[in-house]
Design a protein around this ligand. Structure first.
Ligand code: G3P
Length: 219
């Protein structure tokens, strides 16, 4: 499973890229607004931090303007993936950009029917939002199961399932069990994934016993 980081905070992204576990980055207009910075500058800088895909989202809602925005974003760096919303104009733009060789991430997916359309439009990634579905009393992970099953039934589909709106490590584990290709993690979720109290307790006991030996591996 690939890990993307769902953030436009350069400091966080640099710290997490340092773990060696980060395969890409996703942003959205809300995350760009939170960064307080110019979108084009931020995307260029993020693209230099990770080698994998960096999703940059268009903000127009009509096809012609989305296409122009997408083309401009794609020119920022070779690893930009243009993000478009799952609307008729968004999917038309997805098809056009994909035909030009640009990777497209189709976002705001909340149903299996929408995911089928995105695959037909040539999306490189489909982003179903599990947390936001859970928030309204629907099982977000059931949608991931449906999409993974449908895509697996058609080997010609190359669209990767990118689990978005992830809220906690259990979302990541459940998505991995289903074979989802990617999870985009808020920085705190990646950090939480390392933690287990028995790891801390076990390490403290090993180190206490080691100290008693008076040895040092490096001499
Ligand atoms: O980038 C899309 C997605 O991950 C948003 O997550 O937490 O705002 O629902 P959230």
């Amino acid at each position: 499973m690939k890990f993307f980081i769902d953030s436009a905070d350069l400091k966080e992204l640099r710290d997490l890229a340092d773990t060696g576990l980060v395969d890409g980055v996703t942003t959205n207009p809300s995350l760009i607004a939170k960064s307080g910075r110019n979108m084009l500058d931020v995307i260029k800088e993020i693209c230099a931090v990770v080698t994998g895909p960096v999703s940059a989202e268009v903000t127009a809602t009509d096809h012609a303007t989305m296409l122009a925005e997408g083309r401009k974003l794609a020119k920022l760096a070779p690893n930009v993936a243009v993000k478009v919303p799952l609307t008729p104009d968004g999917l038309k733009t997805c098809k056009a950009l994909s035909n030009e060789g640009t990777k497209v991430n189709v976002t705001l997916c909340f149903s299996a029917a929408q995911a089928i359309l995105a695959a037909k439009a040539g999306a490189a990634f489909i982003s179903p939002f599990v947390g936001r579905l859970d928030d309204v009393g629907t099982d977000g992970m059931a949608l991931i199961a449906d999409i993974c099953r449908i895509y697996a039934a058609y080997p010609a589909i190359k669209t990767e399932v990118l689990v978005a709106s992830v809220r906690h490590p259990i979302h990541v584990v459940e998505a991995a069990k289903l074979g989802a290709h990617v999870a985009t993690l808020p920085p705190n979720v990646l950090r939480q994934m390392y933690n287990h109290p028995l790891t801390d307790k076990g390490l403290a006991a090993f180190l206490a016993d080691w100290q008693k030996t008076g040895q040092s591996i490096l001499g």
